[in-house]
Design a protein around this ligand. Structure first.
Ligand code: FES
Length: 106
C-alpha cells in the first residue's frame, strides 16, 4: 500500500490508501475523489484524468509516453507537470505522492 494525496483546485485534500499496481486514476475513482472524470476508462484517449504532479515527485513518477504526451497537448490547461492519472501505475516508491487536480477536466 502507498498513501497518495489528491488536492482539489479549492485546496481540499484527499489522502487515500492506494493499492500498489493500480493506476492513479483508478485509485481516485475507487476512493470517490472528485475531479477525475476518466471518460475512456483508462485507455489514454480522453485526457479527462488530468492531474499535475508536485515538483518533488516528478522524477519518481517519470515522463509521459508519446501517446500520453499527444493527449496532453489537446488540453488547453496543460502545465509542465501535467500527467494523465490513468497512465501512472502506483508502486511502493510512490508512498507520499501528492498531485493537484485541475479546476475542470476537458
Ligand atoms: S482515463 Fe481517459 S485518458 Fe485517462
Amino acid at each position: 500500500m502507498a498513501t497518495v494525496t489528491f488536492i482539489e483546485h479549492n485546496g481540499i485534500e484527499h489522502s487515500v490508501e492506494a493499492e500498489v499496481g493500480k493506476s492513479l486514476m483508478q485509485i481516485a475513482l475507487d476512493n470517490l475523489v472528485p475531479g477525475i472524470d476518466a471518460d475512456c476508462g483508462g485507455e489514454c484517449s480522453c485526457a479527462t484524468c488530468h492531474i499535475m504532479v508536485k515538483a518533488e515527485w516528478l522524477e519518481k513518477v517519470g515522463s509521459p509516453s508519446d501517446a500520453e504526451d499527444s493527449m496532453l497537448d489537446l488540453n488547453p490547461e496543460r502545465e509542465a507537470n501535467s500527467r494523465l492519472a490513468c497512465q501512472i501505475e502506483v508502486g511502493e516508491i510512490h508512498d507520499g505522492l501528492t498531485v493537484d487536480l485541475p479546476e475542470f477536466q476537458f
